[in-house]
Design a protein. Structure first.
Length: 143
């Protein structure tokens, strides 16, 4: 599974580890653009994760054509990501990834997970909470 968020990746990895199924998943995250490639996640996002007992060593990378062939699921945060991922997927012959909004799994029906970059610590916490709900539901449906 590939996620378009280092927070979502870290949350899902921790949940899968805690559930004893992490070895059944290949978990990664990637960006649709080449902005900040090889950078660490935003310090506010890392602080939010640490507050919840989650560590990550993720480095930013861009989604590649191979991702559409190797991942069963590519989950993204908003309609711009969804549109861009679907556009890129069309360039990959016989791709099999299911591209969806992570929010489509939210039991509270908050479909879009807003980018917290221009927000506050509170916005990162909201993203974390959405990712927890969505990843939990996704894992329950796919285990």
């Amino acid at each position: 599974m590939a996620l378009k968020s280092p927070i979502a990746e870290a949350v899902f990895r921790k949940m899968a580890t805690d559930a004893g199924v992490v070895d059944k998943w290949v978990i990664d995250s990637g960006a649709t653009s080449d902005w900040n490639i090889d950078s660490s996640p935003d310090a506010r996002g890392l602080a939010c994760l640490r507050k919840h007992g989650i560590e990550t060593s993720h480095r930013a990378r861009q989604v590649t054509k191979d991702d559409f062939m190797s991942f069963d699921y590519i989950l993204c945060m908003d309609e711009n990501n969804l549109s861009e991922l679907n556009r890129k997927a069309k360039l990959v012959k016989n791709h099999h990834s299911k591209i969806e909004l992570l929010g489509s799994y939210d039991p509270q029906k908050q479909l879009i997970i807003e980018d917290p970059y221009y927000g506050s610590d509170k916005d990162f916490e909201k993203v974390y909470e959405q990712c927890v709900r969505c990843c939990k539901a996704f894992l329950e449906m796919n285990s």
